[in-house]
Design a protein around this ligand. Structure first.
Ligand SMILES: *Cc1c(COP(=O)(O)O)cnc(C)c1O
Length: 496
């Protein structure tokens, strides 16, 4: 019953939303997807007066049919009723002739909070009475803290976060090191983000380890490959649209464009889900930083990751394999899982693949793609602040630049720009851009930026400098598996 989900690489696989969330991803490396999204048509006419939570209920009931109404309602209340600093959750702010959808009002000031406040609530309702799950997360900064805040103190779960030693910003490091909670484990690893990520994948795929853990203890993922993190993000596309209607900027049914700063393609894919479910969208404008693998794909149909990896001003988007793009390939090939598998095999063996002209055309019908360099990011932050009085973080600035490029061809469609982080999270780049100064450290930058702009510092970022440091482990890459086993023991076996 209710086996609505399948794998991008094998359509024989059928499983429920609950099992898909518990497992994270398929054994063959494929990602779980809902095949026929257009059947889940959402009736916007009845939604104009709905709160964020009510819209969330409509969307989640469609995409998570094996969760009961009570399970969905209590999950939504736990995720969003108290942890955001605005009742609107994702406010829409008019700037000049476009609208900014602010996704950074959650407990860690990054858009990851929207998925990661909800995923733990769903996970909790998926676990049977004696099940226990250890969440493993490799992070380049934002996901780790957001996942920690979501899972901390949640019964039957524990979470281990790996981040690159000396590879995250001071603010991000402090956010993680000061995390409290009785089930949170954090360690730096001597290696970069890719090392962290590939070792986590190895741990997931280690069958021996699975046996060692026993029947009741499993591992799962809090990255956006988990459908339980992606689905909550579909909600704010509907909410943003309905806010525009309410503000009388558009009429119900009129099409809009969304611009989305993109790394792993999770955020923008959630928008595509909304469109398939009936949201009137003209184009999604996909914005990358100088790691522009996707921009080149949109020009040529060739996805090629064999180019140098760059560290940019928008580090949360420094990525070469946009995992969720696989899900788009699944939909755009009409669910041809063998075709998707062959592309992913090519990516694995050669670092590249090419799609057919027809599929490229299909993708271009819904998406436009462009990129911004670091210089363009800094110029944008400065220009928009000086001209429009709006302070942007570097990731949002990437989106702004590409949105303006796109508008040269389509100036009239109403435009919503997704803002993915508070400017105070990437304070070094922001102060450099608008004040033309390099302060000695981020704490000082934060204070000076606040004095200069009079914009409030989110309380979680303001207080991070004074909280006690609770985690300071640094381990070798090769010790990651051992670390996980120790932490499983500490959290699940010693406590009972
Ligand atoms: C993760 C992240 C992104 C990219 O989102 P994806 O879902 O990976 O495409 C953009 N901006 C910020 C600030 C992020 O943390």
């Amino acid at each position: 019953m209710n086996k609505n989900y399948t794998s991008t690489r094998n359509k024989q696989i059928k499983l429920s939303a609950k099992d898909a969330i518990k497992k994270g991803f398929a054994d063959d490396g494929g990602l779980f997807v809902y095949p026929e999204l257009s059947r889940l048509n959402v009736d916007l006419n009845s939604m104009e007066e709905m709160s964020y939570q009510q819209i969330a209920k409509v969307v989640l009931e469609k995409l998570l049919p094996d969760f009961s109404t009570a399970e969905i309602e209590t999950s939504i209340a736990s995720a969003y009723d108290h942890s955001f600093d605005t009742a609107k959750i994702t406010p829409l702010v008019k700037v000049n002739n476009f609208h900014v959808l602010e996704l950074f009002h959650g407990p860690t000031s990054a858009f990851k909070d929207i998925g990661l406040q909800m995923l733990p609530q769903l996970m909790k309702r998926v676990l049977k009475k004696d099940n226990k799950v250890m969440i493993l997360t490799a992070t380049s900064g934002d996901t780790g803290k957001a996942a920690l805040e979501g899972f901390k103190n949640l019964d039957q779960t524990a979470i281990t976060v790996f981040y690159p030693h000396n590879g995250v910003s001071k603010v991000q490091q402090l956010q993680m090191e000061t995390t409290d909670g009785n089930n949170t484990e954090i360690t730096a690893i001597k290696g970069n983000f890719d090392d962290a990520q590939s070792n986590v994948k190895k741990i997931f795929n280690n069958q021996n380890l699975e046996q060692q853990l026993g029947d009741n203890i499993s591992l799962s993922s809090a990255n956006s490959i988990n459908i339980g993190r992606l689905i909550p993000q579909v909600v704010y596309y509907f909410d943003a649209y309905l806010q525009l209607v309410k503000q009388q900027e558009i009429k119900l049914g009129e099409k809009v464009n969304f611009t989305v700063p993109t790394g792993n393609f999770g955020d923008v894919l959630a928008g595509y889900y909304a469109k398939q479910m009936g949201l009137p969208v003209n184009k999604f404008i996909v914005a990358s930083n100088a790691n522009n693998v996707l921009t080149k794909f949109f020009e040529t149909g060739i996805y090629n990751r064999n180019i140098p990896f760059l560290q940019t001003d928008a580090p949360s988007m420094d990525i070469q394999i946009s995992s969720n793009f696989e899900r788009l390939l699944y939909y755009k090939s009409n669910g041809d899982t063998e075709y998707v598998k062959s592309l992913m095999d090519d990516l694995e063996s050669k670092g590249s693949y090419q799609v057919s002209a027809e599929i490229l055309k299909n993708i271009q019908a819904d998406f436009f793609c462009g990129f911004a360099t670091d210089v363009e990011i800094e110029t944008t932050i400065n220009d928009v602040y000086k001209k429009d009085g709006y302070l942007m973080d570097p990731h949002t600035a990437v989106g702004y630049k590409v949105m303006r490029d796109y508008q040269a061809n389509d100036p009239d469609t109403p435009s919503i720009l997704l803002s993915t982080a508070s400017p105070y999270k990437f304070v070094h780049v922001v102060t450099k851009s608008i004040m033309d100064e390099n302060f000695a450290d981020d704490h000082l930058s934060m204070k000076r930026l606040q004095e200069f702009t009079n914009q409030p510092i989110p309380s979680n970022l303001a207080k991070v400098w004074d909280l006690p440091i609770l985690h300071q482990d640094v381990i070798a890459q090769d010790d990651m598996e051992k670390y996980v086993l120790e932490k499983v023991e500490d959290n699940f076996n010693d406590k009972n």
